[in-house]
Ligand binder design. Structure first.
Ligand SMILES: [Zn+2]
Length: 106
């Protein structure tokens, strides 16, 4: 398998409800993620993170992304570059709490 490039995919079309508060989210980002397992080996995978206005307001990187949503309303060709850059900064600030696993919460 070839090494993944640092690529973030943004989904704005009907992103899933927030896993923390079940509220509506603005976007879902999928991005490559690397961490070390218990034996100190590098493990890579893909994480998903949703931008939740209720939970993430107040975090600088999330605030910038939220502000762009308020101004532009949606992603288009004109703002995709700055949007992706802000999203990249945002996902880097998301704490790694679950090691990439998913917990089902219903
Ligand atoms: Zn939430």
């Amino acid at each position: 398998m070839t090494e993944q490039t640092e690529e973030i995919r943004l989904r704005l079309d009907a992103p899933p409800a927030c896993r923390d508060c079940d509220g509506a989210t603005l976007l879902l980002a999928r991005f490559p993620h690397a961490w070390k397992n218990a034996r100190g080996e590098d493990v890579t995978g893909v994480r998903e993170a949703a931008l939740c206005p209720a939970r993430q307001r107040g975090e600088p990187a999330a605030d910038e992304l939220l502000a762009l949503f308020l101004v532009d309303g949606q992603l288009d060709q004109a703002n995709v570059t700055v949007f992706t850059a802000l999203a990249a900064a945002w996902v880097q600030n998301i704490p790694v709490a679950d090691g990439g696993s998913r917990r089902a919460r219903r």
